[in-house]
Write a protein that binds this ligand. Structure first.
Ligand SMILES: [Zn+2]
Ligand SMILES: [Zn+2]
Length: 339
């Protein structure tokens, strides 16, 4: 079978490997589709967790089909289509016992520290695979991870009085954020970013006001739009630039800030906003506790990948696919590989 491999020094190549055998507790799956995440591009350059095992097959936004079961697997059947959450954990440490297995002291992550989905077949722990109903498409299944990361983070805040919200960053996480906020009944959603074509997709998906931060000051624009009050909830989904300070500035007194972006380095912030406005600031890092909710939202039509998953490539064209995403060619937002 074909596998795409990286070494963390910028090199990427394909190689022929034997089809894996499922160990006890694992399922052998045929990968049907795998999303190209921004973090995959970082991994190619070596920006993974320090315990990443290079050479590595990247890919965690996986839709697959079960083709063989290892010993003792009872919750899956051959033929099931499944979505992956990539957390491989011990089950006995304190975070695991408290249900936060994505914070396991001995965490491995499929596609980050151990081989992921840029290949034709994979043998994966059965508990990382969630069967998906027939009315969820392969492309939607690849996006469960991204949408559920945003939702998990949003679920960490108190939102009983959310009328207005801002989403900073119109990448896939942010565009799912816009839809999720509407599904929550938030009336006014403001979306900020640097690219008009992505902001337009946000408008199509329900953003009530968009702000191109290259043309408008987002703090002033949000203040004006909210009559000087600021938003109840700010969802940061950019992981770049000065967005954290923007969040702290545009969120109203006693409001909430949710951080979901992965930042390449340290950022300077002004903590006085948090103190004086009594802001609640939380981070979120996993899809795991929101997977079932996101599947249901896709089924109900409250979530769509339309306009977000813009490109599909055969696995063999991985070079072109990664360049397209890296250089943001052709209006790409999310590219998907089809092994
Ligand atoms: Zn991802
Ligand atoms: Zn653990």
């Amino acid at each position: 079978m074909q596998a795409i491999v990286i070494d963390g020094d910028g090199d990427i190549w394909d190689e022929q490997r034997d089809r894996p055998e499922p160990a006890p507790g694992e399922a052998l799956v045929k990968i049907r589709a795998v999303g190209i995440c921004g973090s995959d591009l970082g991994l190619i350059e070596g920006e993974g967790p320090p315990w990443t095992n290079y050479p590595l097959v990247p890919g965690h936004e996986v839709c697959a089909e079960v083709v063989e079961l290892g010993e003792g697997v009872e919750d899956l059947s051959v033929g099931d289509r499944v979505a992956l959450h990539g957390f491989v954990y011990c089950g006995t440490c304190t975070p695991c016992r408290e249900g936060r297995y994505y914070q396991c002291d001995d965490l491995q992550e499929v596609g980050f520290t151990i081989d992921g989905g840029y290949r034709e077949y994979a043998a994966l722990p059965a508990y990382t695979l969630t069967p998906i109903p027939d009315d969820i498409s392969d492309l939607e299944a690849t996006q469960i991870d991204s949408a559920a990361c945003t939702l998990h983070a949003m679920k960490r805040v108190e939102t009983a009085v959310t009328d207005t919200a801002a989403v900073l960053g119109p990448g896939s996480l942010g565009l799912y954020g816009v839809q999720l906020l509407h599904a929550w009944g938030v009336e006014d959603v403001i979306l900020t970013g640097t690219r008009d074509e992505r902001l337009e997709v946000g408008t199509d998906l329900g953003a009530n006001r968009t702000v191109n931060v290259r043309e408008e000051n987002p703090v002033e624009a949000v203040r004006e739009y909210t009559d000087g009050e600021g938003v109840d909830l700010c969802v940061e989904a950019a992981g770049a630039g000065d967005v954290v300070n923007t969040c702290l500035e545009i969120t109203k007194k006693r409001g909430s800030v949710v951080l979901t972006g992965v930042f390449g380095g340290k950022k300077e912030i002004d903590p006085n906003h948090i103190v004086s406005k009594e802001l609640e600031v939380v981070g979120g890092v996993t899809a795991s506790h929101a997977v079932a909710d996101v599947i249901e939202l896709f089924r109900r039509g409250d979530l769509t990948v339309e306009g977000i998953v813009t490109h599909e490539f055969p696995l063999a064209e991985y070079d072109d696919a990664l360049d397209t995403v890296r250089e943001r060619r052709d209006g790409v937002i999310k590219g998907v590989l089809r092994p």
